[in-house]
Ligand binder design. Structure first.
Ligand SMILES: O=P(O)(O)OC[C@H]1O[C@H](OP(=O)(O)OP(=O)(O)O)[C@H](O)[C@@H]1O
Length: 206
């Protein structure tokens, strides 16, 4: 079975389990166009330009995940050393890591441990069970008001989630300093003026 067949199979299983195409797109980190193609594709029909990242070999092992977060921390240290993050003398860097639920949380937890900072968890609006969907910071972890924050997630697909988090943090008295992600599928340099530091940028060359 090819990896494309596996992806089609995964999408069909999610559909038969009752997930909407939008949820399948979120689950597999694929655009709606790609999900539609996976679910309806006719042999010979050209696939949309998208990439699927399978990093379960790393995410399924806490030690490998920890090593990955060490790379993310080093990535940022280098950016600071090179002046990509201009810090005013005496200014605190960041004191809080905000992990985006769900997949950003284990990564953020290890980064908070590795940097000796506080851990906050953000629930995106799309996860809210309420009719009026709004994002929120979990009351079970660190608060964000008055804090300088690093936002952590696994992947940028459209960038919508990060826009939401940056707006939330600013409107709740927090200062987003930078965004750290494992994979950036959009090649975005900044979100609402907050610089993005991906470990890997994924792009297609046609
Ligand atoms: O750039 P965007 O288009 O906003 O997509 C990226 C977001 O989508 C995924 O979350 P999702 O809630 O779908 O899955 P998860 O619960 O596994 O984190 C991913 O973990 C990012 O948070």
């Amino acid at each position: 079975m090819t990896s494309l067949d596996e992806l089609i199979n995964k999408a069909q299983i999610l559909l038969s389990d009752g997930h909407s195409p939008e949820q399948i797109g979120d689950e597999l980190s694929l655009s709606m166009e790609t999900v539609t193609w996976l679910l309806t594709q006719q042999r010979g029909e050209e696939a949309p330009k998208d990439v699927h990242i399978d990093w379960t070999a790393t995410s399924a092992d806490a030690r490998m995940l920890d090593l990955t977060t060490e790379m993310m921390i080093r990535r940022y240290e280098i950016a600071v050393e090179e002046g990509q993050i201009p810090l005013r003398s005496g200014e605190a860097d960041f004191d809080t890591v905000v992990g985006i639920s769900l997949s950003g949380v284990p990564v953020a937890t290890l980064i908070a441990r590795g940097t000796g900072t506080r851990l906050a968890i953000y629930h995106p609006a799309k996860h809210s069970p309420a009719q009026k969907k709004v994002g929120s910071v979990s009351g079970s972890f660190a608060s964000v008001a008055g804090r300088s924050c690093i936002i952590v997630d696994d992947v940028i697909t459209t960038g919508k989630t990060l826009h939401e988090v940056v707006e939330y943090l600013r409107s709740h008295g927090a200062k987003p300093i930078a965004i750290w992600v494992l994979f950036d599928k959009r090649g975005v340099k900044a979100v609402e003026g907050v610089p993005v530091f991906p470990l890997y940028t994924v792009s297609r060359i046609d």
